[in-house]
Design a protein around this ligand. Structure first.
Ligand SMILES: Nc1nc2c(ncn2[C@@H]2O[C@H](COP(=O)(O)OP(=O)(O)OP(=O)(O)O)[C@@H](O)[C@H]2O)c(=O)[nH]1
Ligand SMILES: [Mg+2]
Length: 600
C-alpha cells in the first residue's frame, strides 16, 4: 500500500483532489464541511490502475492546524505537495515543505490544482524551484483541476509510478505504531488508528502502550475499513484494543512491540537548519504523530541536547523536527544520535560531547557504541535501535574489548594492593573491587576474574596461595603443638598473646578452618569435638559435666561450650537432670561448628 500525505497551503484544493481521486470524504467533521476547511487529519483510499492501493492522509493547510498536519505527515513515507494555480506559493506551502524536508520525506509528487482558474505555469515553476533544494528534489509534477477532472488520469498514473518507487518496508521489524486517532466503538471498545511504517500486526498480539507501559491485546484489526487477521506495512490500520480505556491513549502515543523500545526524555540530536547558537530555549519536537515540548541545550557545532517534556520511544536514527509554535516556524529537522546520552557534569563536558557527536551520523553502530560506553547492557542498546550481535561478557553486559582488557589488568592491581593492605584476609571482597573499578554490577567483577586470580566465598584472591597468611600460619602451628599434649585445653590469653594471635589473626584462622572457636577466645582444633565425643562415649552413661571435664582433662571454660556444641551437633544429648549421654560420637548431621542454633 502506498500511504501518502497531502501538503500545501489552506484552500489550495488538497481535500478536493483526494475526494476526486477516491470518491471518499476526507473532511470527517461536520464543522469542516460547514467551514469548507480541513481542521484535522482525513483518511481516504482508492485502487490505482495497476491494482496498487493508495491511501491518503489528508492534512489541513491552515496555519493554526500545522500541529495536526505534522501528526499526519510524521509517520508517512511519501507526500503530494499541492499548490493552487491561482494563488501560487504561499506561507504554508513553504512551512509544509520545510516540514517534509526536515522529516526527510524523499518520495512524492507535485500537483498544481485549480488549473481551470489560472495559468498553472508560474505556480508550477516556483514550486519546482522550491522543491528542488529539499529532500523531495525533482519529483514528478502534474497539473489538474479537481472540478473539471482535467489531469486526474495523469495523476493516477503518476501515483502508480510513485507506488512502484517507494521501497518496501521491513515486515520483521518491531512495531511502533504512532496513534493519530482514537475513538470508541460501541461493543468493541477502544480503537486507535495510525500509519504502520514497519513491522507486522496480528490479531491477538500483545503490545505495549508507550505512554503508560501498559500491555494491551489486539482484539481486532482493520486495514482500509476491512477486518484482517494480520496487516503488513506500509498500511493505514485501525487497531481495536482489549484492556484499555479510551482516555488512556491519545494522539502521539505509540503502540510498541513489547520490550523493543525504551521511552526516553533525554536525547542528543543533530540539527539541520538554523545555527544552533540562536535557538530558542524551548521548542516543540514533532516525531511520528507526537508533539512534545522540549528544552534545548546547544552542545556545539550542529548538535543539541533535548530534554523532553515527557518520555517518548525514540531510536537512534529517528528523524524528527523542531518547530517554534509561537513563530509558526519549522526550525529544522533533527536526526537522533543518542537516546542514552551521558550526563554533562564537568566543565567543558558539553564541548567534549559535541566532539563525540560530530563523529556520529544516526546510523546504528555497535562497535562505536561499545567503544564510547565501555560497558552497556545489550537490552539498552537493542532498545535504542542498535542491533546487538556480540555475546555479553556477563549477564546482559556488553563490553568494548579494549576496555575489558584494561579492566582485567586493573582488577589484578586492585587485588594485589588489597592483599598487601589486608594480609590477614583471604582476598579482596567483590563489592570492594566493584567500587574501586567503578563497575555497575558485581557480575562484572566476577567475570573479570582470570587465573591466577580465583573467586571464592565472595572474595577475589590469588589461586593456590596458602589461605592462611604467613604470620597467622606460624602462630597456629605453635598452638597446634600445645594441643598435641592436651587437645581440650584452650590456650589462655597470655598464650595467645605470646604466639601472636590477636583478634584479627584469630578471625583469619577461624575463617580458614585452622582453628575452631567455641566462644569468644576459647579455641580448639577443628577435630576436637569428634575426638571429645569418642572420649565421652567411653564413660558410664549418662555422665555429668564434672565427669566430662575430668575425662577430657580440661576446665569448665572449655567443657561447658564444648558440650553445648556436641549437643547441637547431635553427638550428645542433654537430659532433664543436666546429665548427658553420647548419642552418636561420629554424627555427621551437624551444623557449622560454633554457629548458634539447634538441630531440627
Ligand atoms: N475551480 C476550482 N476550485 C477548486 C479546485 N480545487 C478545489 N477548489 C475549491 O477550493 C476550495 C478549497 O478546496 P479544498 O479542497 O477544501 O482545499 P484544501 O486544500 O483541502 O483546504 P484546507 O484543507 O483547509 O487546507 C473549495 O471551495 C474547492 O471547491 C479546482 O481544481 N478548481
Ligand atoms: Mg482540506
Amino acid at each position: 500500500m502506498l500511504v501518502v500525505a497531502t501538503a500545501g497551503h489552506v484552500d489550495h484544493g488538497k481535500s478536493t483532489l483526494v475526494r476526486a481521486l477516491t470518491g471518499m470524504e476526507p473532511d470527517r467533521w461536520a464543522e469542516e464541511r460547514r467551514r469548507g476547511m480541513t481542521i484535522d487529519l482525513g483518511f481516504a483510499w482508492t485502487t490505482l490502475p495497476s491494482g496498487a492501493v493508495v491511501a491518503f492522509v489528508d492534512v489541513p493547510g491552515h496555519e493554526r492546524f500545522v500541529p495536526n498536519m505534522l501528526a499526519g505527515v510524521g509517520p508517512v513515507p511519501a507526500a503530494v505537495m499541492v499548490v493552487a494555480a491561482d494563488e501560487g506559493w504561499m506561507p504554508q506551502s513553504a512551512e509544509h515543505l520545510a516540514a517534509l524536508d526536515a522529516l526527510g520525506v524523499a518520495y512524492g509528487l507535485l500537483v498544481v490544482t485549480r488549473a481551470d482558474l489560472a495559468d498553472p505555469g508560474p505556480a508550477l515553476a516556483r514550486a519546482r524551484a522550491e522543491l528542488a533544494s529539499t529532500t523531495l528534489g525533482a519529483v514528478e509534477s502534474v497539473v489538474v483541476s479537481g472540478v473539471t477532472g482535467v489531469g486526474l488520469p495523469e495523476l493516477r498514473a503518476a501515483l502508480d509510478r510513485l507506488a512502484a518507487r517507494v521501497p518496501s518496508a521491513d515486515h520483521a521489524a518491531p512495531v511502533r505504531l504512532w496513534v493519530d486517532r482514537h475513538f470508541t466503538v460501541r461493543g468493541s471498545g477502544t480503537v486507535v488508528t495510525g500509519t504502520l511504517g514497519v513491522g507486522r500486526l496480528r490479531v491477538g498480539d500483545e503490545l505495549e502502550l508507550a505512554g503508560t507501559g501498559d500491555l494491551v491485546r489486539v482484539r481486532g484489526l482493520h486495514r482500509l475499513g476491512e477486518a484482517r487477521d494480520a496487516v503488513d506495512p506500509v498500511a493505514r490500520v485501525a487497531v481495536n484494543l482489549r484492556g484499555v480505556s479510551r482516555d488512556r491513549v491519545a494522539r502521539g502515543d505509540a503502540l510498541l512491540t513489547p520490550g523493543r523500545f525504551r521511552s526516553t526524555d533525554l536525547v542528543d540530536v543533530r540539527l539541520a537548519g538554523d545555527p544552533v547558537a540562536e535557538l530558542p530555549a524551548t521548542l516543540t519536537l514533532h516525531v511520528g504523530a507526537a508533539a512534545v515540548p522540549v528544552r534545548v541545550r546547544p552542545l556545539g557545532g550542529d548538535t543539541v541536547r533535548l530534554r523532553l517534556g515527557r518520555p517518548v520511544p525514540l531510536l537512534v536514527g529517528d528523524r524528527a523536527l523542531l518547530r517554534d509554535p509561537g513563530r509558526h516556524h519549522v526550525v529544522g529537522g533533527v536526526t537522533v544520535l543518542d537516546v542514552l546520552p551521558p550526563p554533562l557534569r564537568r566543565r567543558g563536558a558539553a564541548a567534549a560531547r559535541a566532539a563525540v557527536l560530530a563523529t556520529l551520523d544516526g546510523r546504528p553502530d555497535l562497535a562505536g557504541e561499545l567503544r564510547r560506553r565501555g560497558l552497556v547492557r545489550a537490552g539498552d542498546l537493542a532498545r535504542a535501535g542498535v542491533p546487538v550481535h556480540v555475546a555479553p561478557v556477563a549477564g546482559d553486559w556488553l563490553a568494548d574489548p579494549e576496555h575489558w582488557a584494561r579492566l582485567t589488568a586493573r582488577l589484578t592491581e586492585a587485588v594485589t594492593r588489597y592483599s598487601r593492605e589486608h594480609p590477614l584476609e583471604a582476598g579482596a571482597p567483590v563489592e570492594v573491587l566493584r567500587r574501586q573499578l567503578d563497575l555497575p554490577d558485581r557480575v562484572l567483577v566476577e567475570a573479570l576474574v582470570r587465573a591466577p586470580l580465583r573467586l571464592a566465598a565472595g572474595r577475589v584472591g590469588a589461586a593456590g596461595a596458602d589461605p592462611l597468611p604467613e604470620p597467622v600460619a606460624r602462630a597456629v602451628a605453635l598452638v597446634r603443638d600445645d594441643f598435641a599434649a592436651y587437645p581440650f585445653r584452650a590456650p589462655d590469653a597470655d598464650r595467645l598473646a605470646a604466639v601472636g594471635l590477636g583478634v584479627r589473626e584469630i578471625g583469619a584462622a577461624v575463617r580458614a578452618g585452622a582453628l575452631l572457636r567455641l566462644t569468644g577466645n576459647v579455641l580448639l582444633l577443628p577435630g576436637a569435638p569428634q575426638q571429645a565425643a569418642r572420649v565421652l562415649a567411653a564413660l558410664p552413661q549418662p555422665f555429668t559435666l564434672s565427669a566430662a571435664r575430668q575425662a577430657l582433662d580440661t576446665t569448665r571454660r572449655v567443657a561447658v561450650p564444648l558440650l553445648e556444641l556436641l549437643d547441637r551437633q547431635g553427638r550428645t544429648r542433654r537430659l532433664p537432670d543436666d546429665a548427658r549421654t553420647v548419642v552418636d560420637a561420629d554424627s555427621t548431621d551437624r551444623p557449622a561448628a560454633g554457629r548458634p542454633g539447634r538441630l531440627p
